[in-house]
Design a protein around this ligand. Structure first.
Ligand code: J2J
Length: 531
């Protein structure tokens, strides 16, 4: 059954966007075409396509033998290691549905993913970057836990391959995470058909060919390094993906030189750090042709420095795990590349720019061409609803199925979009998304906190940082340090711990009642900007 209205689905099939191929079947065809070519490179492993294929077959059989059935959700929390790739393809071949947690997520988030998806297993690592992931998973899991590096996983990985039925290409292939603006991250159901379309086109738009080498610098479970064009785009083109354990310039430059990396993707603060480091590196970066920058706005000043400093072409990308991805094209005029965030992948990506002052504007409330408005979108790889979130979906989507991105954009005549701001209650911390309400809820769990409002403050390096305004209960005076520690100890990703905490007698804005958190946040954000 399609997750889109049947009539629309039929159109996407007829247009050749949806081709009825699953990721498992894709890997089989890649193995046939590129058997001995390198598919995945880790710190001490290098797998040709044939080996990746074999490993995925064995894991699939192992998962099936361990009771993981078609349609079962399995939370995957793995860093940038080759096993991420074999596990995910193994799950796909077993017909299971990976739920992509990031390595930064901690127990409260992991628990939420398990509960929300009713996951029957978690696949994770042991110690990673100073955190015991295996212990955390065992505390949170409601079913099995498989730890890469432990004997039980090794056994899975050695299972004799077997024939398994291919899942429905129009069914849910995996659950991606939303950046979120409300309480907790929503789960995004993507299908084989819709995602493969965006991957295939991304690979083409970014000029990938089998000789390309993609460096996954960001955590590869994130939608950007996974699919824009990312690991999957590289695999699709028969190209190698090098998995960087960390995104810093030293690590990245070492890998670019050693592996002859031709293309990578980073968030703006990382691009800035690479630009700076390039001036004093002894590494040879001449293989790098293209650097994708996205996840947060890349200002013109930074955009202008990237090409000259790194000796490559800048490609801006504006995407979202819910679907729509825009790229500047490699043959676009320079001005568009430097000053816009690109245009959509598909001729059938419908883009509407609507009245920004009406948060629930319907898709026919369009603004004049060239005016700033809120971006709505609908298309062959943009979801029509979050997973198990009927209530939230009523406001996150218009009646006619457009996704309310929460982004404020201006549309050029060429179709290129300029991202100029945001209407959603989210802080974009250098590409890492923080939902204001989620952090407020953590703060409000503190016995000394009466009310909290989390807003963005401008930051030179990250673009934005989080600032929490906290009103204590009478007689209580929690310190900023204590509140930050409190949030951290509730088990959240470090990037969600408020950067600044202002404990105030009352919210320092007049004329705003308690009626709308939204208005309060807007007023506080304006105040914070002036500081
Ligand atoms: C301004 N804001 C941007 C940009 C994303 C490719 C690239 C990024 C993501 C991603 C992705 C932006 N300028 N260039 O999934 O496939 C903000 C917008 C958007 C939100 C989505 C991909 N690129 N953003 O960042 O799901 O606010 O996906 O709605 O994490 O990031 O966040 P996310």
């Amino acid at each position: 059954m399609s997750l889109w209205p049947e009539e629309t689905a039929a159109r996407y099939r007829a247009s050749g966007y949806w081709r009825g191929q699953t990721f498992g079947a894709l890997l089989t065809s890649l193995k046939d075409a590129y058997a001995d070519r390198t598919a995945v490179v880790g710190e001490d492993q290098r797998w040709p396509f044939a080996e990746l294929d074999e490993r995925a077959h064995r894991l699939a059989a192992g998962f099936a033998a361990n009771g993981i059935k078609q349609g079962d959700r399995v939370v995957v929390q793995l860093p940038n290691i080759p096993e991420f790739v074999s596990v995910v393809f193994g799950l796909w071949r077993a017909g299971a549905v990976p739920v992509f947690a990031l390595p930064a997520h901690r127990d409260s988030e992991l628990r939420h993913f398990v509960e929300q998806s009713e996951a029957t297993a978690i696949i994770t690592v042991g110690e990673h970057a100073g955190h015991d992931h295996a212990k955390m998973a065992r505390e949170v899991a409601e079913g099995r836990v498989f730890v890469v590096g432990e004997p039980e996983f090794a056994e899975l990985a050695e299972t004799e391959p077997c024939e398994l039925p291919d899942p429905d290409p129009e069914g849910m292939a995996f659950l991606q995470l939303s950046g979120g603006s409300t309480g907790l991250p929503k789960l995004i159901p993507r299908t084989h058909d819709d995602y493969l379309y965006s991957v295939r086109e991304s690979a083409r738009i970014c000029g990938l060919k089998k000789e390309s080498v993609y460096l996954a610098a960001l955590p590869v479970a994130h939608n950007f390094p996974l699919s824009s064009p990312g690991l999957l785009g590289a695999l699709h083109a028969g190209a190698a993906t090098v998995l960087a354990p960390r995104p810093d310039a030293d690590t990245a430059f070492r890998l670019i030189e050693a592996e002859g990396v031709t293309i990578s993707g980073v968030v703006p603060p990382l691009a800035a750090a690479w630009v700076q480091a390039a001036a004093r590196t002894a590494r040879d970066l001449s293989s790098l042709d293209v650097l994708l920058v996205g996840g947060a706005k890349c200002g013109r000043e930074l955009a202008e420095r990237i090409g000259p400093a790194l000796g490559c072409q800048l490609q801006q990308v504006f995407g979202m795990a819910e679907g729509l991805v825009c790229y500047t094209r490699l043959d676009d005029p320079e001005d568009l590349v430097l000053s816009t965030q690109g245009r959509p992948i598909s001729p059938d990506d419908e883009v509407r720019v609507v009245n920004p002052d009406d948060p629930l504007a319907e898709s026919d409330h369009v603004v004049e061409p060239g005016e700033i408005g809120a971006l709505l979108t609908r298309g062959p790889y943009t979801i029509r609803g979050y997973y198990n979130a009927a209530e939230h979906n009523k406001t996150a989507f218009t009646d006619d199925g457009f996704y309310r991105t929460g982004d404020l954009v201006r549309r050029r005549e060429s179709g290129h979009l300029e991202v100029v701001g945001r209407a959603k209650e989210q802080i974009n911390r250098g590409g890492e998304k923080v939902a204001a309400e989620e952090v407020e809820n953590h703060l409000m769990a503190h016995p000394g906190v009466l009310d909290a409002a989390v807003v963005a403050v401008p930051d030179e390096y990250l673009g934005e940082r989080t600032c929490a305004y906290v009103v204590p209960v009478d007689g209580s005076q929690p310190s900023a340090a204590e509140l930050r520690r409190f949030v951290r100890e509730r088990g959240v990703a470090a990037f969600k711990v408020p950067d600044l905490v202002e404990v105030v007698g009352e919210f320092p804005v007049t004329g705003v009642g308690k009626t709308s958190k939204r208005e309060l946040r807007a007023a506080l954000a304006a105040l914070a900007k002036e500081r």
